[in-house]
Design a protein around this ligand. Structure first.
Ligand SMILES: Cc1ncc(COP(=O)(O)O)c(C=O)c1O
Length: 383
């Protein structure tokens, strides 16, 4: 039996309703959204709008029209950062960021003359609100923070940062790639101006879906220009939402799949999902601690993390451990550097990388047992 423990990269399996709805749309409808006055196109349009509404509800955002669809959280982050930052702007970010934030910021630093301050984190991936405050300058335009580290799993103090940013009139952008669908996110209560999310991780939707919730009136320059299905004689991108930031035919099938996933999440209940993942993380932390020569990184407290557990076996290469687990035990985990080099620096694994367990809603304790048994046999065979 295959054991999938790479849910931090992408969740698998998806709820069966996700492929069913996608199949149904492609076979029985197939119409585009926002571009046709015939019944099927309007039906497709309605389904896209329903997904916007479900996302707005999930994140407690008041206006579905300012939920922008993108192809990924990477695109959402680029849209926000490239669309807002101007020469001379200063940005505060964390030492935990994924390259989706970091490379975009470095490119803007080089090409557009922005400056960047990095809020330090300890080896557990914890950051302090005082350090965020200390990094703020008069020219700080935006704070961008990951909600949960994809290397260490550590949850960041998003509400406190939101409050601070709002009090200083600084825009606050959150990368919710590892948290949307498992941690509660409330853009109003947590004072998040821009929320970037992906559909294919804990939201349990298909790849190729993601978005940006725009909870502010900042002027965001579109990343791309093109057809929106309306006002076609106007020569620029319309200034109303969502069309202002959405050009070209949408990924209607993917968005419908995401809508189905959101309905599944609502039925299951976010609280239940979080409780199950929390239980599995605690179970895994205890079980992994019994493995000889294991080096576990990040908090040993499941309430401080999402379902991400990085580890190494002393003296062994993470790739070899992961390869053995896959080939000999049918257990799939991630290995290497997980696209967030500065987080690896915090734990001294920038050269070597780590193994990473990514726990998801469909995992069970038997999956963790299979992982631990696999590690035990790897160690026996490589003594
Ligand atoms: C924290 C974080 N940000 C951004 C991304 C990028 O996601 P995607 O490649 O789906 O755009 C990931 C994916 O691993 C992530 O974990």
């Amino acid at each position: 039996m295959d054991v999938y423990l790479d849910n931090a990269a992408t969740t698998f399996p998806k709820p069966s309703i996700v492929p069913e709805k996608i199949y149904d749309y492609i076979i029985n409808n197939g119409g585009t959204s926002g571009r046709g006055a015939y019944e099927k196109a309007m039906l497709a349009d309605g389904l896209v709008y329903q997904t916007r509404k479900s996302l707005a509800k999930l994140f407690n955002h008041s206006d579905p029209k300012t939920v922008i669809f993108t192809s990924s959280v990477t695109e959402s982050l680029n849209l926000a950062l490239q669309g807002i930052l101007k020469p001379g702007d200063h940005v505060v970010t964390s030492a935990l960021e994924h390259n989706a934030v970091w490379r975009c910021l470095k490119t803007l630093e080089r090409d557009r003359g922005i400056s960047i301050s990095i809020v330090p984190a300890n080896s557990q991936g914890e950051t302090k609100i005082e350090d965020v405050e200390a990094a703020i300058r008069p020219e700080t335009r935006l704070i961008v923070f990951t909600h949960a580290s994809n290397v260490l799993g550590t949850i960041q103090p998003i509400a406190a940062i939101g409050k601070l940013a709002r009090s200083k009139n600084i825009l606050f952008l959150v990368d919710a790639a590892q948290s949307a669908g498992v941690l509660p996110i409330d853009v109003q209560a947590q004072q998040i101006d821009l929320l970037a999310f992906t559909g294919h991780k804990s939201l349990l939707g298909p790849m190729g879906t993601g978005g940006l919730v725009v909870n502010c009136d900042a002027d965001i320059h579109p990343l791309i220009s093109g057809g929106t299905g309306g006002d076609s004689a106007y020569e620029y991108q319309p200034d109303y939402y969502p069309n202002h930031l959405e050009a070209g035919t949408l990924n209607v099938s993917g968005i419908i799949g995401l809508g189905a996933a959101l309905a599944f999440l609502e039925t299951e209940g976010l609280g239940n999902i979080r409780r199950k993942e929390d239980f599995l993380v605690a179970y895994a932390l205890n079980a992994l601690a019994t493995v000889p020569n294991i080096e576990l990184y990040g908090p040993r407290d499941s309430t401080k993390t999402v379902g991400v557990i990085p580890f190494n076996i002393a003296g062994e290469l993470p790739e070899e451990v992961a390869y053995y687990l896959d080939q000999e035990c049918h257990v799939m985990i991630r290995s290497g550097l997980h696209c967030a080099p500065s987080a690896h620096r915090l734990i001294g694994t920038i050269k070597r990388g780590t193994c990473r367990v990514g726990i998801g809603y469909f995992n069970e304790t038997a999956d963790i047992d299979a992982l631990v048994n696999g590690l035990q046999s790897y160690i026996k065979e490589n003594k």
